[in-house]
Each structure stands twice: as C-alpha cells, then as structure tokens.
Design a protein around this ligand. Structure first.
Ligand code: NAD
Length: 542
C-alpha cells in the first residue's frame, strides 16, 4: 500500500566508455567475447517466467564468421504464442495494480545492471551476434538501453504528476490506467536497446507484454530477459516467443484482448500489420494503440557554403557506421557541383583508411551485414548499379560471403535523382550521391522533399543562416529528426527524441513522454465535496 509520494532518482545519460587500449573496459570486453565464442548457448523462450524449449532448435552464428556456432534458440509455433498471451493476461491484474515506484525500481535496477555488471556481456553479445563494433555496441546495448529505462521512469513520473485544474468544492484527478488487454512488442535486429525498450516501456506503465524479437537478435535478447528477471520482473509480465512474424501476427491480431503494438522495423511489415489490425477492428475490446517506427531514406544536403571536410565526415560516419544498418543512416546525398571535387577528395581520404572485418579486431570500422538475405539484396543493388547507365560505382562495390557477410562500403554516383538507390531503403553500407547544379539549389531542396516516401532523418550543411532557415521551413515534413551541420545519425535519449513521420512511422518518439502516453488510458475522476441537493439553477428563481 503506497503511503507516500516519491521522487524517482533524476535520470542522466550513461557515459560512453572509450575501450582504449589498456582501459579496464577493454580487458572486460575481450574476456566476455572470448567466453561467448567458446560457450555454445541454448536459448529457450520465456513464458510465464518459465523456460520453454521445443524440438525445433535453430543455430545462431556471428554474421562476420558464419561457420562459428554461438548457440541455438528454440523455435516455437502458435501454441507458444497463445500461451504467452494467456500468461500476459493472467499477470495483468497484479502488475497493473502494483504501485508505480515498485515497477520503476525493477527497471532502474535493470539499468544499473546494464551499465554495471552486465555491461560487458550484453555488449559482447551484441558485437558477436549483430556484428557491431565495440563502440557501436557500447552506444546501443549499454548506454542507450540504460538511458531508455532511466529516462522512461522520469517521464512516467512526469505523466503521473500532470493533473487537471481543481477547486474548493471538488477534486479533479487523472488516473493513468494500463491498457485493458496485452501489448505486443515486435522488435528489429539492429538495436539491442530498441529490442529491450519496446517491451519495457509498456510494461513500465503497467501493461503485460508478448515480445517477439527478431531471429537475428535472439542471442542478445536472452540477456535482456535475464536482466529483467534478475531485476525482479514478475512472471508473465514480459513473455518472449521465438516464432515467425506472420505466425505471431496471426494469433495476436485476431485476439479480442489485443490492446496495442509497439513496433520497430520495416515500413512494408508495418503497413501489413496496420491492414490486419484494421481488418479485425470489430473483434477487439478496445481500439488498439498502434505505434510503429519504421524505415528511412535519410538525406544529407550540402549547400555551396558548406565545409567539404565536415560534409565528408557526416557522409562516411553517417552512411557506413554499423554497415549502414541504422534506420537513421545517411543513404542519399546532394552535393553542389562547385563543392564536389573537394568533397570527393575528403571522402576518398576517409575511405582509403576505413577497414572492414570481424568485430574482435578493434581496428575495423565496419563489420558484416546481418545475414545472407541482406547480403544478397545489397550485392544485387551493387551489381545493378555497375551495369546501369544512370549510375557509377565510384568506391567499393566488392563483396564476399565466404567467411562472413561482408559488403565493402560502396558509393554510387547517379545522374538521375530518382535512381532506385536514391529512393529505396537498402539498409546496408551503400551511399548514393547526386551532384546538383549549384544554381538550382531551390529545385534540389524540392527534390529532397519529394524523392522518397520516408521522413526519418536528414541534414543540411551550410554556413549561410538564411539558407539554413529557408531549408528548415521547406523541409518541415521531410524528417522527424533534422540535423544542422551534423550527420543524421546518433540520436541520444532525452536529447534528440527519435522518430519520423510519412512512411517512417507514427512519430511517437521512442524514449520520450509522448511514447509512454500511448501505453496508458487516462481515467478522469471528479469528486464533489458538497453535492447539490436541488435540480434548480439560480437563473430559474423568481
Ligand atoms: P523487419 O521489418 O524485417 O522485422 C522487424 C520485426 O518484424 C522482426 O521481429 C520480424 O521478425 C518481424 N516481422 C517480419 N515480417 C513480419 C510479418 N510479415 N508479420 C509480422 N512480423 C513480421 O525489420 P528488421 O530488418 O529487423 O529491421 C530493419 C528495419 O527496421 C529497417 O527498415 C529500419 O529502418 C527499421 N528501423 C527503424 C527504426 C526507427 O526508429 N524508425 C529503428 C530501427 C530500425
């Protein structure tokens, strides 16, 4: 029984460790990598707090070394999805009724575990199974994940503190109720932090969850669940199922208690999900909350006043970190003809020193793409660009999947601003550049706005403040995260709330108050201290 009003510890961004030679964190991560490489793990689903194994075991391999066996996960089917829903619904009443500070404590403890004793393990798992460099794993699995949990506790208290106007004779209150039913968290492969946050955010607000991680992220998903359970998450609050997306969707979207989906992934998948939910709308007890952050075709627009070195760094970091597999990755660039030679020179200087290889070699800037399907898709687009008249591969263009799924960082130059790789999200280390006539800047801004269905991230590089202001106005809807003289990637929780509109999602900004508001249903309460005793109003008196 809650007796006091409590203040949660103020949230701070988790500092990013450097992993410099000789640093203690480097020693720890090397040991964790060695342990993970030499131990084959067996990963069950977790339903109602219990480990669920099937006779369908699927192998897991590092994308940069696909002959090495990391372990197995147990693949489920519709039965486990139904069991997970039942577990979530059974756990709901007790969990939703728990005082908020108890729920907060669980997730704050999880954040402390992530930034402390579990840091090396969760980073090593993310490095090995998702092929992230140590820096990319650190900013994701350790820092962003801990930030999501800590700031969400702060946002939750801010939401609870927002109360309506009230008066002497009455007390008006808003009670934030968990949704009536269960929430489905459907998560992508590319960020361990997103995978953890998508089930955690609705759970923190009192919901119970069925979580289906991406198959290629299950290796680190197991550690997320271990942390949550060790932190005290009760049985049935978050239940993991390892099934195909359509199998999960079939059972979940036809369940009357389906109360919401927290999705991050590709636009096509989200659009299908939305249609399925729409088709089933009459069977649900409530209108489900549909929250989805999806794909991007993110731009870098350089004005002739820009600094070529800064533009080059934004492109090489923005397009190639984590092999371009960030939803925010720069994948189309617009460079004026009178800045091109200098920019190209600077890009080449970066590219010649950029190394690619396994994550265990810390000198590598790039590692492998996630799986064979992605490798085949990317190599297909590169081959096409080599043949197409409108395109020219000016850097990279090689690929090799003999040991791991390695795609060389590739730059395509195109004469056609609507060339396929300027419009479609490829999700790999491929950047396409269009050189525009510097006298046609206005037209180019329009092109940036109209070229793609997405509106996730984008950057303008310019020294001219009039230009910056003008571009900001004209590209108002072209990006949910807009950058001035910076690369379009690397959003930090509580600093640049992240999400895009148009084809890029519902823009509910992961890691923000806005997002948490989607996981509650407010009840307005009015209490009258001196209830009226006559139906007559003063104007009716003689
Ligand atoms: P994906 O869409 O292939 O998969 C996402 C999840 O949906 C996975 O768990 C997958 O198994 C499941 N899924 C796939 N097909 C399904 C179906 N037919 N029905 C139901 N579920 C299905 O995405 P991905 O390859 O894991 O991640 C990359 C995508 O995610 C990119 O498009 C990227 O831009 C996007 N992304 C967006 C953000 C953002 O914040 N906007 C962040 C990260 C990733």
């Amino acid at each position: 029984m809650q007796k006091n009003l409590y203040f949660a510890p103020p949230a701070k961004n988790e500092p990013v460790l450097t992993y410099k030679k000789g640093s203690p964190e480097r020693e720890k991560i090397i040991k964790a990598l060695e342990w993970s490489r030499s131990n084959v793990v067996d990963i069950p689903m977790i339903i109602d707090g219990k480990e669920v194994r099937t006779d369908n075991k699927i192998e897991m391999h590092p994308p940069h070394d696909h002959q090495h066996l990391l372990g197995y996960y147990h693949r489920g089917n519709e039965t486990q999805v139904k069991d997970a829903i039942d577990a979530a619904l059974n756990a709901r009443k007790k969990w939703a009724g728990m005082s908020w500070e108890q729920r907060a404590s669980i997730f704050l403890r999880a954040a402390s575990m992530i930034s402390g004793p579990y840091r090396a393990r969760i980073n090593a798992a993310t490095m090995l199974a998702q092929s992230k460099s140590v820096h990319q794993a650190e900013i994701d699995a350790a820092c962003e994940f801990a930030d999501f949990l800590r700031f969400n506790v702060q946002y939750m208290t801010e939401i609870f503190n927002e109360q309506p106007d009230t008066g002497d004779l009455k007390w008006n209150r808003i009670e934030q109720r968990a949704l009536e039913g269960f929430v489905f968290a459907l998560t992508p492969f590319n960020f361990t932090a997103i995978a953890g946050n998508l089930p955690a955010a609705p759970a923190m607000m009192g919901n119970t969850v069925v979580w289906k991680p991406s198959n290629t992220q299950i290796y680190s998903a197991r550690i997320i669940m271990e942390i949550f359970m060790e932190a005290g998450l009760p049985d049935g609050v978050i239940n993991t199922v390892f099934v195909s997306g359509p199998v999960a969707g079939k059972v979940i979207f036809s369940h009357p208690d389906f109360a919401g989906i927290h999705f991050t992934g590709s636009t096509a998948v989200f659009q299908n999900i939305w249609k399925e939910i729409g088709n089933n709308i009459s069977i649900y007890k409530s209108y489900p909350r549909v929250v989805g952050e999806t794909g991007g075709k993110n731009f870098v627009l350089a004005h002739e006043s820009a600094n070529a070195r800064q533009v080059a760094t934004a492109l090489t970091r923005g397009a190639f970190e984590f092999q371009g597999q960030k939803c925010s990755a720069a994948s189309r660039a617009y460079i004026p003809d009178n800045l091109w030679d200098e920019t190209l020179c600077e890009i080449k200087a970066d590219m010649t020193s950029m190394q690619m290889g396994p994550v265990e070699d810390f000198s590598n800037f790039l590692n492998a793409v996630i799986d064979e399907a992605s490798f085949d898709k990317l190599s297909g687009f590169i081959d096409r660009a080599k043949k197409d008249k409108e395109a020219k591969v000016i850097h990279g263009g090689n690929y090799d999947k003999s040991k791991g799924y390695f795609i060389e960082p590739t730059i395509i130059l195109t004469k056609d601003p609507h060339y396929v790789t300027m419009e479609e999200e490829l999700f790999g280390p491929v950047l396409t550049i269009y050189i525009y006539d510097h006298n046609k800047f206005e037209e180019t801004v329009e092109l940036v706005d109209n070229t793609s269905m997405y509106a996730l991230t984008g950057s303008i590089f310019s020294k001219d403040r009039y230009v910056i202001e003008d571009v900001m106005k004209k590209l108002e809807y072209a990006a949910g995260n807009f950058y001035i003289n910076d690369k379009p990637t690397g959003a930090v929780v509580n600093q640049q709330p992240f999400g895009g509109a148009r084809g890029s999602g519902t823009n509910d900004k992961a890691g923000s108050k806005l997002n948490l508001l989607r996981w509650v249903s407010p009840r307005t309460i009015k209490e009258c201290f001196l209830p009226p005793t006559s139906y007559k109003y003063p104007f009716m008196e003689e």
